[in-house]
Design a protein around this ligand. Structure first.
Ligand code: GRF
Length: 203
């Protein structure tokens, strides 16, 4: 049976699109709902193009609460929650209900360049200013703080000859679009295990 996915977004949605376009996931997983803290965002347009339900959560008029989101995720029997550019902290009730079933993609090699305020170009500027020679995406389990959950997978990108943070952003984004679907592929096949407090990805 296909695994049921929910994807949380806040903006552009290029990672959402990469997952939707990963043909090798077709028989194994399907995205049932896309959830945003924004009332509208480009990622919603992508979801709608694929006939996927969209939900907006927050305190604004027309938005529903995180509690209601949790109820919907339960009703849909969601197996895996993917944060793909979602900027809000996930409340503890959701984390505990979906223990080790919520993942996030971060555009740098954690545990460096993570934490509150480290999103978007802030990350790539910090990496650039540090003079680091490698960067790359990290996919990790989500806990109750920003970017501190256990690391599932990373891919290293050579940035030794870049001349701007924007160049790093473009190189890392390309690597994100490859890594995120690959990790989902492993998770939906139950090939991601926590052994001795470390995450192991089986072949
Ligand atoms: C990505 O760089 C991701 O790593 C970060 O937010 C960005 C989202 O981009 N968490 P997109 O909306 O998937 O295009």
């Amino acid at each position: 049976m296909k695994k049921k996915l929910a994807v949380f977004v806040s903006g552009r949605g290029s990672n959402l699109l990469a997952v939707l376009n990963a043909g090798y996931l077709n028989g194994l997983a399907e995205i049932l709902v896309v959830i945003s803290d924004k009332k509208d965002c480009p990622a919603f347009k992508i979801a709608q193009d694929f006939n996927i339900r969209t939900i907006s959560t927050g305190n604004l008029e027309g938005q529903i609460s995180f509690n209601e989101v949790l109820q919907i995720l339960k009703e849909l029997e969601i197996d895996l929650v993917i944060l793909a550019g979602f900027l809000k902290l996930i409340p503890p009730e959701l984390i505990s209900y979906f223990e080790n079933r919520i993942i996030n993609i971060h555009p740098a090699l954690l545990p460096a360049f993570g934490g509150p305020g480290m999103y978007g170009m802030n990350v790539h500027k910090a990496v650039y200013n540090s003079s680091a020679k490698v960067s790359g995406p990290t996919v990790h389990f989500v806990d109750t703080s920003y970017d501190t959950g256990k690391i599932i997978a990373q891919s290293a990108v050579d940035i030794s000859s870049v001349s701007s943070p924007e160049e790093i952003a473009a190189l890392v984004l390309k690597a994100e679009h490859k890594l995120l679907p690959e990790v989902i592929f492993k998770l939906v096949q139950d090939k991601v295990k926590i052994i001795n407090n470390r995450v192991e990805v089986l072949l």
